[in-house]
Design a protein around this ligand. Sequence first.
Ligand SMILES: [Zn+2]
Length: 435
Amino acid sequence: MATQVDMDKIVSLCKRRGFIFQSSEIYGGLGSAWDYGPLGVELKRNVKAAWWKSVVHGRDDVVGLDASILMHPETWRASGHTENFTDVLVDCKNCKKRFRKDHIDEKCPSCGKTDFTEGRAFNLMLKTFLGAVEDESSVAYLRPETAQGIFVNFNNVVNTTRKKLPFGIAQIGKSFRNEITPGNFTFRTREFEQMEVEYFTNPEDAKECHQQWIDERFNWYLEMGIKKENLQLRKHGDDELAHYAAGCTDVEYKFPFGWSELEGIANRTDFDLRQHSEFSGKDLKYHNTVTNEKFFPYIIEPSGGVDRATLAFIVDAYHEEQVKDNTRVVLRFSKELAPVKVAVLPLLKKNSDIVTKAKALRKELQKDFSCVYDDTAAIGKLYRRQDEVGTFFCVTVDVQSLEDQQVTVRSRDTMEQKRIPIERLKEYLQVEFSG
Ligand SMILES: [Zn+2]
């Protein structure tokens, strides 16, 4: 039976091994803001690259976009965020603390009294001012979702790519929400990265298309190594849906703090392009040149969180096992996601011939693989270190290597060791990683 790790272990490992640090830690940290360290940034880049490969390069009907974070304020009126993107907050009249109204029953969670102010809508968009003057005319918002950058570029993309329905536009980028209650490590933060596809389709095909994206996105997490028993789909109830949405299904992961959303796949109907047409005065209808019809396409939106996915991949990869008298901690990342693919280790760091050979080998391997060299401990300890960050293979150069031109290749998962001739090493690894 799979035993699930607690979050404290994950947070501690992430800090100790350089995956994730608290933001501005030397100043006491900034609440719910996190920095990806040397291994975390590699993992996160691999997550984004795998997603891009799956939804853009691996298909012929999706193109990419990288829109700016700052957008014309009218965008957010059209999208409904200015008016509706709010939480209702109340203040405790006794201790003056502020809470989300839907998060309290009767008593103040802080002091236990029951006397609150009236609820007040609090907009979650992060506001800033552009230019030198701070007044209403210079207000701008850090985007609360990447999607709107895609909608406002609909005509630009159609006109430059000549794409015909159905087709999609994909984007990865930062978004910002002034969450009242962030938490659970990198799961809910005020600054986060999204990976979204807006897929435009004929209205009559929308339902079927929605289901295809739900299946495709669920399977992607499995292909990237998430265990099936830790992944589920959850269909939104009618009371959860945005007023314009015709349906939404979440891909959820079984985190130590409970089943939580990694990605939502929504049928947004024709709401977005209709709204932006109305507010901008520009015609964002699609023109079918064969039938000469003009209409607003429906939009299917798979919207995932990069930070959430990255956290899920770490949690799911975490594995402890007893090896003799020791506990071996292994991050069993998939081949595609492992931040380091190969570590080159000299058996004796005092033997300069071994060190020279090992360093030359690293230099050769790093042309093709994410690769590190480490000689700062004895070999047993070096292996454990690499296991703990999920390095797929360790290649060890020893005294015998100087004579027979072979090295020991150790597998992370099986701990099996094989002697491989140096001249065939690259080919061996390429075969292993392609399989
Ligand atoms: Zn109180």
